[in-house]
Design a protein around this ligand. Structure first.
Ligand SMILES: Cc1cc2nc3c(=O)[nH]c(=O)nc-3n(C[C@H](O)[C@H](O)[C@H](O)COP(=O)(O)OP(=O)(O)OC[C@H]3O[C@@H](n4cnc5c(N)ncnc54)[C@H](O)[C@@H]3O)c2cc1C
Length: 347
């Protein structure tokens, strides 16, 4: 049997693509190499933009979020309040919720190769092979679908995150309902994310700078702005992952394969925010693929996808060279914080 659509990856991009195809009554299969619920290295910040895509149920909210508190190299602080409610979640809970909301059930399979066979693709996987006419590559930062498209991410950050447990009262006293971002290191940044009864502390640095990432995170944890906040906290977990840093890739669709989420580079490089962009691009990819099939090839898939992404503002992520412009030196970072403060004081 040849499916009309196969979605590789059931994270936020894949779950939203499945939700759209389910609503359209399409014939599709959602695949993931992991069993759900599964964790994904992430600070778990959901900015208010996500409210336009889906309503977040109270029971999965770890903390409501007031906004970003941003620290410059000199210690200058800017508080940037969200215009609407944001929150922090655990990814195992959020991703599970999104899959349930899609009405879909991921099939476990680790796809290793996508081979074009005339008018369909064969997806070769560790748990068997299957066929589909369209493929939505929502398989994250190390995407196999992206390789098949011959597409490349320009800049990537290596990121590590430590998870601590700490009683709720101390988390509230020390950080409260703010996501703290620290522009203290060249070509990267650090963060502190408050959970209900714990904190996540992480850093992300451009991979091309070949950073000693584990040494850097240890120094970050000892920094006078961070150390006191994790005093008495118990280290529970350490994890590493990569984050695309130069916006959507040049090629976002090739043949009948479309890239969404981290696979296509949809991340805001200033804060590493990718969930909203993954959800938005996943939904658009599914809608465009479905429309293309209905048009019986009268539309140009890549043009249609780019047009819809542009209309949703998602391609604007390409215009930002945030790291080069703002984080290539302490001086630049300080100037950036001053600009933010100037705007915050006047808003
Ligand atoms: C340390 C860290 C902190 C972050 N913090 C935040 C934050 O606070 N807020 C925010 O908005 N963003 C954050 N991000 C970015 C965010 O996590 C990603 O942008 C987001 O998860 C992208 O969603 P996705 O669906 O594209 O990919 P993913 O969430 O990575 O999902 C991809 C899925 O594909 C599956 N998969 C991969 N390869 C295959 C394969 N070959 N076959 C089958 N299945 C496969 C994986 O198992 C996974 O389930 C953070 C990233 C990192 C690394």
């Amino acid at each position: 049997m040849i499916h009309d659509f196969a979605i590789i990856g059931a994270g936020p991009a894949g779950a939203m693509a499945a939700r759209k195809l389910e609503k359209l009554g399409a014939d599709y299969i959602l695949l993931d190499k992991a069993e759900f619920p599964r964790n994904k290295p992430c600070a778990g910040v959901l900015s208010p933009k996500i409210n336009s895509l889906i309503e977040i149920p109270e029971e999965i909210i770890e903390r409501p979020l007031t906004g970003y508190r941003i620290f410059g190299p000199s210690g200058m602080v800017v508080e940037s309040e969200f215009p609407d409610k944001g929150c922090i979640v655990k990814r195992e809970n959020f991703d599970e919720f999104l899959i349930k909301a899609s009405g879909s059930q991921p099939v476990k399979n680790h796809i290793t190769e996508i081979v074009e066979e005339g008018n369909y693709y064969e997806l070769r996987g560790r748990d068997g092979n299957l066929q589909a006419r369209y493929v939505i590559g929502a398989d994250g930062a190390a995407s196999a679908a992206r390789k098949t498209c011959g597409s490349q991410i320009g800049k990537v950050a290596i990121s590590v995150q430590y998870e601590f447990s700490l009683d709720e009262e101390r988390v509230s006293e020390r950080i409260g309902n703010w996501f703290e971002v620290f522009y203290l290191m060249e070509y990267g940044y650090g963060w502190l994310s408050p959970m209900k009864d714990g904190m996540k502390v992480g850093i992300g640095i451009l991979a091309e700078k070949k950073p000693d990432i584990w040494g850097m995170v240890e120094r970050f944890l000892d920094h006078p702005l961070i150390g006191p906040k994790i005093d008495d906290a118990k280290l529970m977990n350490k994890e590493a992952h990569s984050i695309p840093m130069s916006g959507p890739t040049e090629v976002l669709a090739s043949g009948k394969i479309l890239l969404a989420g981290d696979a296509g580079g949809f991340v805001y490089p200033g804060t590493g925010e990718g969930i909203y962009y993954a959800m938005g691009s996943g939904e658009i990819a599914a809608e465009v693929a479905h429309r293309h099939m209905a048009s019986q090839g009268n539309l140009v898939l890549e043009d249609e996808y780019n047009r819809e992404l542009e209309a949703a503002g998602l391609l604007a992520l390409r215009d930002i060279d945030f790291i080069e412009d703002n984080l290539s030196s302490s001086e630049n970072a300080e100037k950036y914080i001053k600009r933010l403060k100037f705007m915050a004081d006047r808003s």
